[in-house]
Design a protein around this ligand. Sequence first.
Ligand SMILES: [Zn+2]
Length: 115
Amino acid sequence: MHQRVEREKCILNTMITNYCKQVHNTSVLCDDCNELMDYAEKRLLACPFLEDKPVCSKCNIHCYNTKQKDRIKEVMRTVGPKMLYTNTRDTLWYYFYKFIHKSQKVKKQNEDSKL
Ligand SMILES: [Zn+2]
């Protein structure tokens, strides 16, 4: 498996596990979070830019469906800022965090280009 995918998977896993512990008060992933993890993993593996993957925030393909996107956003919002302090060297989460602002940004860019 590509190293980058492995790394992203690891970060996703950490985020979702932390989220579930914190919010759902569980020691192992609950069914919902398990499903989300599974989904995120599949999206990651299905990414056509595997070898030279742009960060998700720069990717033109909106590969998450709305429901799962909202859930992953919620996860990032909850554990993301905390992970910034604990994983300062690993900036990858930052790309994921940017993912949250993606739709907003795209909208703004469109507005800007109209000017
Ligand atoms: Zn959970």
